[in-house]
Design a protein around this ligand. Sequence first.
Ligand code: AMP
Ligand code: MG
Length: 285
Amino acid sequence: MNGLTRVEIARITDKVLDHAQRYFRSEGFLEIKPVMLACITDPLDGDPGSAVLKTGTIEYGGQNLSLMQSMILHKQKLIAEGFEKIFIMSPNIRLEQPHREKTGRHAFEFMQVDFEIAHGKKEDVFRIVEGFMVSLSEEFQSLKERGKIEMPFERHLVKDLEAEYGPDWETIMSRKSRHPFWALGLEREFYDDEKNNYDLILPEGYGEVLSGGQRIHETEAVLERMKSHGILEKNMEYVEFARQGIVPSAGGGIGVDRLVRYIAEAEHVGDVQLFPRIPGRPVTF
Ligand code: AMP
Ligand code: MG
């Protein structure tokens, strides 16, 4: 831990939340209230970065409702209705495996700044996110002192990083790096374009802080992908939605807890949560 008090951590978090909301609004995004329970949520299929034991569910009113793992499917639904640029300060529950306590980056309850751009491309997302990181670095003395964050960020293909550093490329590259960088072309959930997806990796060993992508919008392609990931039958509401027509979009989710950890230079993401929700650790309040 870095010697900050709980109040100091809360002040950093407050400033990050306030900054994110002001920044996304200034870029023309509309803030949407989060959903916390739904009949479908992000299945987190096919993403090697996620390792949930199961999706949290609640039986209510004769329905089995899921706790939201991310709002991607709901963002796509709104985009299809004609929403153009949206963001959500979205609380997520992911029941991560207990061994993830050791990564320093995994909580089972956390928040994303989850955003989506109708007809967006990855370049639109890069501009928005890089602008966000630059403006954030101007707000925080601790970032100003740690290597200037400037646009454009470096971009690396994951297949090149893997060839050079092996499967642990994220940790190795993050530790070596002084600036955030993009990693492109990861293995992904069914809704992400296999070629046009990206992670933003923080420097100094803090690792991934954002994942996103251009979304697959061709009905047949997305149904094919769901079939090959073995998740078609469990997500019939999405199948129905896809048949009505998906509007192309691109977006991503920025992990607030991880961002605060980086700014605060905290050892563990649990150190920046006032009520830590860390896999493998009991909840005490
Ligand atoms: P994903 O699209 O699944 O990568 O989630 C988007 C972002 O949310 C990630 O890049 C992280 O910053 C954050 N995130 C995802 N899972 C967790 C977790 N278990 N604990 C803390 N933050 C997380
Ligand atoms: Mg990810």
